[in-house]
Design a protein around this ligand. Structure first.
Ligand SMILES: Cc1ncc(COP(=O)(O)O)c(C=O)c1O
Length: 343
């Protein structure tokens, strides 16, 4: 498919992008899917598409990849973080309500590691307070909440970075049921063009297009995404079964509808254990450090103690090696190494 695309000469804005978008729309059950150059671009455009701008406040979680928060600052809005639940690591709906004021215009929820957020509570809050709902579903392609695909509740964003289940090397998708948002995102991803004239621009836009070569890489993977997610679930179960013997290890939640972007445990002395695992050739990462404690957010005034649940999880969370093709014996090898390092 990639070779065919290269030979066709239609390298961008061509049939492969259209086919990938169509396939994505059908998979998710949404009206519009717009392919873009990354998950970060998708989030940026989602905010712009909803008219979020200077002076607005956007709520989000501090337990995420930094770009979820960065895009809020890109549009001149202010991020306001809301702490997470201990059980799911997702934003805590009970704490969202208290963070809303007259300046709050949007909420970006993140389905962290593939665990669906409590979408019933979240959609109710957004409707009650007339707040735009954006789902950062970058880690949750295929996950469901009460049988409905995440990413179909609000305007949503996906990433196809290589650590994702479907990867196009770099890439992303904005999905929405809102025709106006679709039009704006479509224009802004393509230098603010509107209409057929190539050199007429209605907005200050961006080059956030996905090429047809990248789209061609995604199409066959998206066909198999449910199968890949099922295999990952099986691998996650193997890990959990094997780790259950160690009471010092908190295994990740096996909640209904989740997918497995990563396999993240909680453990005391995470830094020592992580370092020793890495030294022995088992690659693992502290995942995620709190966004509000990263330099640019400290400069905005955020500090230790602001979001205690996030900080506590972040101190203990360790992502173990996890990928679709990991074998049972590799999992056993990792678990045995973790076991040896526990006190
Ligand atoms: C939760 C989350 N949001 C946003 C992104 C950004 O996506 P990208 O790297 O494609 O820009 C990622 C992944 O990298 C992510 O995991």
């Amino acid at each position: 498919m990639v070779e065919r695309t290269l030979r066709s000469g239609r390298l961008t804005r061509g049939p492969m992008v259209e086919a990938f978008e169509q396939q994505f729309r059908d998979y998710l059950g949404v009206r519009h899917a717009l392919a873009v150059s990354s998950g970060t671009a998708a989030l940026h455009l989602a905010l712009l598409g909803h008219g979020i701008r200077q002076g607005d406040v956007v709520l989000t979680t501090p337990f995420t990849f930094i770009s979820t928060a960065n895009v809020i600052t890109y549009v001149g809005a202010r991020p306001r973080f809301v702490d997470i639940t201990r059980e799911t690591y997702d934003i805590d709906p009970n704490k969202i309500q208290d963070s809303i004021d007259s300046e709050t215009r949007a909420l970006i929820v993140v389905h962290v590691f593939g665990v669906p957020c409590d979408m019933k509570a979240i959609t109710e809050i957004c409707e009650d307070h007339h707040i735009v709902l954006i789902e950062d579903a970058c880690e949750a392609l295929g996950a469901t909440y009460k049988g409905n695909k995440v990413g179909a509740f609000g305007t949503s964003c996906f990433s196809f970075y290589p650590n994702k289940v479907v990867t196009t090397a770099e890439g992303g998708m904005v999905c929405t049921n809102d025709d106006k948002v679709m039009e704006m995102v479509d224009s802004l991803r393509n230098q603010g063009r509107m209409g057929s004239e190539w050199l007429e621009h209605a907005y200050v836009g961006y080059n956030y297009r996905l090429s047809d070569v990248h789209a061609a890489i995604g199409i066959p993977q998206l066909r198999k995404v449910d199968h890949a997610n099922a295999i990952r679930e099986e691998k996650a179960r193997m890990y959990t079964e094997a780790l259950k013997q160690y009471r010092q290890v908190k295994v990740p939640p096996h909640v209904e509808g989740r997918t497995w972007f990563a396999y993240v445990i909680e453990v005391d002395e995470r830094d020592r254990i992580g370092k020793e695992l890495n030294a022995s050739g088992i690659e693992c990462k502290p995942y995620f450090p709190p966004v509000h404690l990263q330099v640019p957010y400290r400069q905005l005034g955020f500090k230790e103690g602001d979001f205690p649940t996030c900080e506590s999880v972040s101190r203990r969370a360790l992502a173990l090696p996890f990928f679709t093709k990991i074998t049972r014996s590799q999992i056993r090898h990792v678990v045995a190494a973790v076991g040896r390092l526990l006190k």
